[in-house]
Design a protein around this ligand. Sequence first.
Ligand code: GLC
Length: 569
Amino acid sequence: MPAALDQHLPRDWWTSAVVYQIYPRSFADGDGDGIGDLRGVLDHLDHLEHLGVDVVWLSPVYRSPQDDNGYDISDYHDVDPVFGSLADLDEVVAALHARGIRLVMDLVVNHTSDEHAWFEESRFSRGSDRRDWYWWRPPREGHTGGEPGAEPTDWRSFFSGPAWTWDEATGEYYLHLFSRKQPDLNWENQQVRQAVYAMMRWWLARGVDGFRMDVINLVSKPATLTDGDASHAVVDGPRMHEFLHEMHQEVFAEHPRAFLTVGEMPGVDVDEARRYTDPERQEVDMVFQFEHVDLGIGPGGKFDRVPVTMPQLRESLMRWQTGLAERGWNSLYWDNHDQPRAVSRFGDDDPVWRERSAKTLATVLHTLRGTPYVYQGEELGMTNLPFAGPEELRDIESLNHLAERQAGGASVEELLPGVREVGRDNARTPVQWTAGPGAGFSEGEPWIGVNLNHTEINARAQVGVAGSVLEHYRALIALRHDEPVVARGGVTPLAMEHPDLWAFGRDFGDARLLTLASFTREPISLPEDLLDGWREADVAISTSPEAAAGVQDGGVLLGWESVALVRRG
Ligand code: GLC
């Protein structure tokens, strides 16, 4: 293990860490085929080191038919040729470690690809030794398999259509909560769990530093599968805590190195999250919860949008802050590869306000309590791409949704606004490295459109440039490392009735921090009592010198600006 990695970290070392997510397909293309890869990652390590992040979470690079861009894995022990080789991955691990950065792999074990050998054996015959590794069920009573309505339950897949696919050869259906090429593993079967733990140990032995566990709170299904809302049935299932504790014992408990485990958990609530992350229970270090990113879902589902106000967003995140104050730990994120770009969604991506609002979103997230995640390009203030039409989309979720709704009579014009607003392709346009052709992402034809605004928004224009979004992220990451009050302090929500001001206090020992963030274009006159005792305080960070002066001299917070003040005693 290279010397740059501190091997004597406390168990909860991640409480002062910042994680950077790489979605490899869109990060950087090292071989010119238009698809990002591990050589591309190696080409941009300076960027990560400059930012100062502690951990990289790498979205899946395993062997995969790429039906869901790698979240459909056909071999857990190899790297897909599109991303490189195992040797490249070893090189990434070593190069990150040499810079003091840890690597967390994506762990996708709710399902495999239908091209994984386990599933191929399972589907071979009803008598196969691996039949029980997946969820096989006969057609509904009184129905003939393969006919509409014959599925064992009425569950719908998260990617449209039924959650069951008919297998003609063996006369049964298999369950897939996601695409038909992502059959769900049966975690009730102990051999399945042991195979997963063995695979995890294999990766740890290779030098990786933990796992981000894909939809992990869906792996425990109820004993009998019945009609009704599938999410309701499968979220936080009956044996979920038992399985995670068992995984902890089997994989992490005896291991001498410092790890990070984060469970992606759609539908989890604060109380359940506290149980998952209570250190005494030994399950996972933190969870990704979805409450704040699910706020805009309308009655017709994800693409049916309802407006979300800043106070709603604030109420949700601050409730998680106080809910996990005594026990458990938050992960903090505005976006990732499944969400639209943060500045377009929660900020203001009009060119006049874009940078300020991107920085202000960062100020809020990075001065809260929890472990912040930066999604590639977020640190540049990258925006959504206004996709012109279906031909520009690549994501299976959006494409299946359009196909299903169009078959039901809806027009593309009706459907496009929802997809533009929250479609996952927004996050997957190439990282904008330069103003040059292809944004410096690839010398070939990129697999998905490059945002035209790369001529303005790109890394080269921001690295080392005072006032840039990137340098603001860098300063916030350094602040978390340097100020225990940011990493460890308690949180007090403030001015919660204010429509546009997001304010909170932090405290740790004799240190106090006050974050003030504007979510509007108009200047805000700060409530007098909020500034009591703070006018002489030091500025820990601000989106601009004018913003800091406005607060301290005039009691005014300028449009979309933010300031964090710090004092002792
Ligand atoms: C998670 C991933 C997402 C993927 C899904 C199925 O939500 O983040 O990208 O499509 O799981 O694996």
